[in-house]
Ligand binder design. Structure first.
Ligand code: NDP
Length: 254
């Protein structure tokens, strides 16, 4: 179906070498997009590329550290050089430092904000000229339940993910005239490397998530294939500035 067809499109997924990013990359690959996996870890990058190619799709990796502005710019430039275009940017790379607010150092605060929020700003800004020139583009930003809620251990993370939603709205407003749609996805609790560590560090987290999630389970990376395809495809051409929860109902449970 043309509405969900990504044939001929080129997508970058930061943090696409595992977890939610890889789930989205695989979905878009199955819909026909060529994928650029952008992460720091070369071994994880290579494994993800192999997995995506195994679906019959075009995929390659570019090593990137989104904490560095020049690395973000090089990612976009290299993608355009390789493929001659850039249609879809998924700002998914992220991390967390779990501490009470009074225990954060300024360096830790900046690391979380820079990894999760500033990186998305820099990559989007770098991607804009190619998308504007093409007359179309899709930017997909990954937020969190912490874009909506707070948690004692998530001061910097919640600030970054709340900021992601507001940045999405501002960019959507600015770039709508260029036919570039900018949306965010707010995942619930998903079983990945990130939350495996959280479950070790935060007592009772596993059970409390299960209890509060109406779907009665943790999410899995494959749960993000469909929403990624929708937000990357013509089906969402009049959807911009939205924050879409993919959380098994976690955020609507009273
Ligand atoms: P993972 O830890 O599996 O993925 C994080 C990804 O980010 C990795 O691929 C990692 O690549 C990449 N990354 C981190 N820092 C950098 C950096 N400086 N430069 C380049 N890449 C970087 O966790 P998830 O899949 O869970 O997380 C993906 C996104 O989803 C994050 O933004 C996270 O905040 C968000 N999210 C996750 C939820 C969950 O429950 N799992 C819930 C809500 C939001 P590498 O290892 O190569 O550096």
């Amino acid at each position: 179906m043309k509405l969900f067809d990504l044939s001929g499109r080129v997508a970058i997924v930061t943090g696409g070498n595992g977890g939610i990013g890889l789930g989205m990359a695989k979905g878009m690959a199955e819909a026909g997009a060529a994928i650029v996996v952008a992460g720091r870890d070369a071994t994880k990058n290579a494994a993800a590329v192999k997995e995506i190619q195994g679906l019959g799709a075009t995929a390659s990796a570019i090593a990137v550290d989104v904490l560095k502005e020049d690395s973000c710019h090089a990612l976009i430039a290299e993608t355009v050089k390789r493929h001659g275009r850039l249609d879809i940017l998924v700002n998914n790379a992220g991390m967390s430092i779990r501490k009470q607010p009074q225990d954060f150092t300024a360096a830790e605060w900046h690391k979380v904000l820079d990894s999760n929020l500033t990186s998305a700003f820099l990559c989007s800004q770098a991607a804009y000229p190619a998308m504007k020139k093409a007359g179309a583009g899709k930017v997909i930003n990954i937020g969190s339940m912490m874009s909506i809620f707070g948690a004692a251990f998530a001061t910097a993370y919640a600030a970054s993910k709340g900021g992601m939603v507001q940045m999405t709205k501002a960019m959507a407003t600015a770039w709508a005239k260029d036919n570039i749609q900018v949306n965010s996805i707010l995942p619930g609790w998903i079983d990945t490397a990130l939350t495996r560590r959280a479950r070790e560090e935060v007592q009772g987290l596993h059970e409390s998530v299960l209890k509060r999630t109406p779907a009665g389970r943790w999410g899995i990376p494959d749960d993000f294939a469909g929403i990624a395809v929708f937000l990357a495809a013509p089906a969402s051409d009049f959807v911009t500035g939205a924050a879409i929860t993919v959380d098994g109902g976690y955020s609507v449970q009273g």
